[in-house]
Design a binder for this molecule. Structure first.
Ligand SMILES: C[S@@+](CC[C@H](N)C(=O)[O-])C[C@H]1O[C@@H](n2cnc3c(N)ncnc32)[C@H](O)[C@@H]1O
Length: 304
């Protein structure tokens, strides 16, 4: 069996135009290591837990906590968390003594329970076990949507319809964020990777393959390889990070070839997100790199 760390270092040293073919060859040679899919488990010992301990995820969560903190200091705040994950976005946001409400929207109950575990006593949790595109949102001082909206295919309902999908797209959901923030003069925080793998790119398109490899392997996997080399992780964490390298990052290259409905990641570049925020009637006050690799961008916005 090829060692995943050595194999990825070899791949990343190759000419960029050879890397997608090498990644696909490598996947054929490697035995499967894990069956825990992205966003399927969130507790201690999950791959998601290991992901949230990488430098990239820590950078994103630190940037979010810094932006959340001033809002939750206001007594009686209402915050909406879209896509709870393992609650790490929120665990460092508290100074103590906050009083308010967090409405958590996530179709996976386990994710909301992870968030429940990191809320202070004075903060009430309202559980919304649903996909964000299927529900109405309450008036809020803060809407946080980190690494989640890319699960929804299509920039708009119209783009979805072109590809046989029904229902709202990203723009319509962003419009709802604006409507939820308007009454209380609230602020929205969106975090997404800077990469185009949206519906307009067809399965097997070389640009889609390269974009996915660039994001998941050249930037994310590169950062985790550096974490392994420099941060001396304990053996269990090192083992989980190696699992991530193969199962969540290298294997993601295959997503470029599956039918559009199975792609599950429909990300946009920073320029495309900025256009979309504008089209949704939102003013972007800040768009800044949330991690040291420039992969994720934190957008702070308000309704126009
Ligand atoms: C990659 S995790 C991000 C978690 C967290 N926001 C963070 O930044 O670490 C994506 C989360 O979104 C949830 N999710 C996926 N599709 C969703 C949808 N349509 N509406 C709401 N949540 C969704 C998943 O269950 C998961 O908890």
């Amino acid at each position: 069996m090829s060692d995943i760390v050595e194999a990825l270092e070899r791949l990343l040293a190759m000419q960029p135009e050879r890397q997608v073919d090498e990644a696909l060859d490598l996947l054929d040679r490697l035995p499967p290591v894990h069956d825990e899919a992205w966003n399927s488990r969130f507790g201690a010992g999950s791959l998601f837990d290991a992901w949230s301990r990488t430098s990239i995820a820590r950078g994103v969560h630190a940037a979010l906590a810094e932006a959340i903190r001033p809002v939750v200091q206001r007594p009686g705040f209402v915050a909406v968390e879209v896509g709870a994950g393992n609650g790490r976005t929120w665990s460092d946001a508290w100074r103590g003594g906050e009083r308010g409400t967090v409405v958590a929207v996530d179709p996976v109950p386990e994710a909301i329970e992870q968030l429940a575990a990191v809320l202070p006593q004075g903060v009430e949790l309202v559980r919304q076990h649903a996909r964000v595109e299927d529900i109405d949102l309450p008036d809020a001082d803060l809407v946080v949507c980190s690494m989640t909206l890319h699960h929804l295919a299509g920039r708009s309902a119209a783009e979805r319809a072109q590809h046989g999908f029904t229902g709202p797209g990203k723009r319509e959901v962003l419009e709802r964020f604006g409507a939820a923030l308007r009454a209380r003069g609230g602020v929205g925080l969106l975090v997404e990777a800077d990469v185009d793998c949206e519906l307009h790119l067809a399965p097997g398109d070389p640009a889609l393959r390269d974009n996915i490899l660039d994001s998941y392997v050249r930037r994310c996997a590169r950062s985790i390889l550096d974490d392994l080399a420099t941060r001396s992780p304990p053996p269990e964490l090192a083992r989980a990070w190696r699992g991530l390298l193969q199962h969540w990052f290298l294997e993601q290259v295959r997503v470029a070839d599956v039918p559009r409905a199975e792609r599950d990641v429909y990300e946009l570049t920073r320029g495309q997100w900025l256009d979309l925020l504008d089209e949704a009637g939102l003013v972007c006050e800040e768009a800044r790199a949330a991690d040291d690799r420039g992969l994720f961008v934190l957008y702070r916005f308000r309704p126009r």
